[in-house]
Design a protein around this ligand. Sequence first.
Ligand code: GDP
Length: 328
Amino acid sequence: MSKRALITGISGQDGAYLTELLLEKGYRVFGLDVRPPETVFHHLEHVKDQVVLHRADLLDQQSVVQLIEEAQPDEIYNFAAYSFVPFSWEEPVLTGDLNGLGVARLLEAIRRTKPDVRFYQASSSEMFGKPEQVPQDELTAFRPGTPYGTAKLYGHWITANYRDKLGLYACSGILYNHESPRRPEEFVTRKITAAAARIKAGLQNELRLGDLHAKRDWGYAKDYVYAMWLMLQQPQPDDYVIATGEEHSVGDWVEIAFGYLGLDWRRYVKQDPALLRPVELHRLVGNSAKARARLGWQPTVTFEELVKLMVDADVARVQAQLGKPNVG
Ligand code: GDP
C-alpha cells in the first residue's frame, strides 16, 4: 500500500519540490495551505490532480487534530511558516504563533491522534544568529537574532521534546538558505537572477540591493528536500544540519549571474541603504558531516551551477513573457 504524506505550507518552494519527489516515490500526497486554491498550485499545476488539499489552520488546535484524523498520514513535513526574515520584525507575535506554537499544535495533534506518524520540522540556520563557531553543526549554541529565528528555535526544541520525552519519531533539519527558480523574488538570490534576466532583455535598467558583502551558505532546494525525506527513513529520529559548507556573498551572486549573461554588473547594481538589515548576520556556514555520514546525503550542484540554473530559468520566463522561443 502506498505511503501517505501530509505537507503543510505545500504552496512554497520546498512544498513543491517535496511533492514532486514523493509522487515519484509513489506516495499519496496531502497538502495544507492557507493561500487561496488558485495560488496553492502555482508551482504544481502539472500534478495538481494528484494532490489532496486540506483546509486547516495551524493557529487552531482542533482543526489540526481533525486534519490528521482525515488525512491519516504516515509522514508529516511541516513547512507552514512565515519565511521572510525581515517580516518577522513587523509581525513578531504572529511569527511566534505560527512558526513556533504551530509546531507544538501539530506535535500535540500527532500525539493525540496518530503517534506513529513520522514528523519533519523545518528548522533554520537563523536559529544560530551570530554564531559562536564557524562552521556550525548540531551541537553549536543557538543565539537567534530575529523574531523569525527565535520562533523557529521554539519549534526546534519542542520537536526534540516530543521525540526525547514522548517517543515520537520527530526530526528537525537545520537547513541553511536553499534556493531555486521557485524562490520568491523577495529573497536576494531570485531578486538578482530575475533582475539580470530582465536587464538582459531591456525590461529593467537598475538593481537596488542591500549589503553586497553579506554572506550565506546557499544550496539547491531540490537537494535539500531529498535530505528531509532521508531523515524520515532512518531507524532512529534525529536532527541534522543540511548545508553546503561553502560561504559566498551577495556580490558573488551578482558577478556570476550578470557575467553569465555577458553584462557588466557595475553598470546596473546600486547599493540602497534602505535595504540594509538592522541586525546583519555574518558567517552562517553549516557543517553537514553528520548528514553526509548517516544519511549518505550530499549536494549535487555547485554554487556556480546553482546561480546559472536560476538565471537560465529566469531568462526562459522573460522570453515566455515576451512571447519569444527560448534560444538559450
Ligand atoms: P535570509 O537569509 O533568509 O534573510 O535570505 P535573504 O535572501 O532575504 O537574504 C540573504 C542575505 O542577502 C541577507 O544577509 C541580506 O541582508 C542580503 N541582502 C542584500 N541585499 C538584499 C536585498 O536587496 N534583498 C534581500 N532579501 N536580501 C539582501
